[in-house]
Design a protein around this ligand. Sequence first.
Ligand code: ZN
Length: 243
Amino acid sequence: MRTAIISDIHANYEALSAVLEIVERLKTDRCVCLGDLVGYGASPNESVQAVRERAEFSILGNHDAAIVGRMSLDFYYDTAREALEWTAQSLTPENDAYLRSLPYVREERDICWVHGEPERPEAFNYVYTLPQARRLAGAYERLKPVTFVGHSHLRRVFVVEPNGALELPTDNLTLNAERKYVVAVGSVGQPRDNDPRAAFAIFDEQTRRVEFYRVDYDVDRAAEKILKAGLPQFFAHRLYSGA
Ligand code: ZN
């Protein structure tokens, strides 16, 4: 089973459709989404619709939760809140209902799928630094052999051990069946690692291989739509730098 893993689309339909086109060509068995389908970008309905059609399931992200009233908007800085309010007003009832239905976490065989830190998924804590990964050592027994996360918009690979954690380079890698990993897959629609290309990953359960991908997409069009919608300009500008 080869699974394409997408996350943090943030209503960037141009990035999402470019990724889905590559996913199709790579002939994966399915696609799953780790949340934050909306917020920041100008194409919430197109993006949610595409995830509904193409992903086997999606997890709830913090932006999704805020939009459907499952989390307080006070958590967000002003411009992010502005985008969330715009999104809440733009969503069709079907897409709103879909976000409302998403789970905080999903466990399958030896995999955990979650937006942020897996111990308290509803708190949406981050796992992208070594100290954050080390905090999971206390939960070692409860961790699945591999936990895939989004949320930070960064690509990271950690090995969690009973007494600590270590960080691995974010190259393609084969997971050791004896160890426990937390893998952050990066963001489709708003990368923050100074690379504007859309990020996603593929996991092969048989070979235990994780492959990371970057995809060029029409940044101009995504940025133009944000400006045209009257959303904060910053969300358009940052797409060019991927920061
Ligand atoms: Zn996000």
